[in-house]
Write a protein that binds this ligand. Structure first.
Ligand code: GSH
Length: 228
């Protein structure tokens, strides 16, 4: 790669999975170069990309300081980054502890309970060729169900793991931040899920995450303007 950064991150320009990885890279002060993959041109299915990720999806991370180690699946990437580089355990808990498995539990829930359902909510709301109201409703209901789970848990504790912010909390933020724009028009997070909304805002206010998300929103607005 023609840069001196530690990582190369292949990602779609504004999609939540890639920004989730950026949140952690920024939080840990790690250096990276973004390579934007145009999924609407199917670049993620081309051999130059599938040689890194046989699943043909973004994001993919390459660690040049670890013999160009390649890793894909966004939560595997998060786990790799914190286990290996968050040695001060600023944003994660120590491998092998009970809390570590709780952290893993939330990361699995994010990757299997939040991400695919929210993804389908976007798909049926914005991109599916036919408008299928029952599908739109099903996935909107799932979005609210997942938020209900978080609301219930966070009503009894401030953070998901170990009484402090960790990668588990951060993993939920990018999807929750795009509900109103892409899944449920006029969604009022604060009104419907006040406790989860406060938790979400606390994470988004962290300087590294705030800066990254502002950049993502600038890119998103640019794309929306170009469609007008
Ligand atoms: N489970 C995967 C999902 C990745 C994913 O769906 N990526 C989207 C963009 S954010 C993608 O590459 N879509 C293109 C496609 O499905 O062909 C992860 O968490 O990394």
């Amino acid at each position: 790669m023609s840069h001196n950064k530690q990582f190369t991150l292949f990602m779609q320009k504004t999609a939540v999975h890639g920004w989730k990885v950026i949140f952690i890279l920024e939080e840990l002060g790690l250096t990276y170069e973004k390579v934007i993959i145009d999924i609407w041109k199917n670049e993620q299915k081309a051999p130059e990309f599938t040689k890194y990720n046989p699943n043909g999806r973004t994001p993919v991370l390459i660690d040049h300081r670890n013999n160009d180690f390649v890793i894909w699946e966004s939560n595997a990437i998060l786990q790799y980054l914190v286990d290996k580089y968050d040695t001060g355990r600023r944003l994660s808990v120590a491998p092998g502890t009970d809390e570590y498995f709780t952290q893993l539990q939330w990361l699995y829930f994010q990757g299997t309970g939040q991400s695919p359902y929210y993804g389908q909510a976007i798909w049926f709301n914005l991109y599916h060729a036919e408008k299928i109201p029952s599908a739109i409703e099903r996935y909107r209901a799932e979005v609210r169900r997942v938020l209900g789970v978080l609301e219930g848990v966070l009503s009894n504790q401030e953070w998901l793991v170990d009484g402090r912010v960790t990668v588990a909390d951060v993993s939920f933020v990018s999807w929750n931040a795009v509900i109103g724009d892409t899944m449920i028009e006029n969604f009022d997070f604060e009104k419907e899920f006040p406790v989860a909304a406060k938790w979400h805002n606390r994470i988004l206010e962290r300087p590294a995450i705030k800066k990254a998300w502002e950049e993502r929103n600038r890119l998103w607005a640019e794309i929306q303007r170009s469609k007008d």
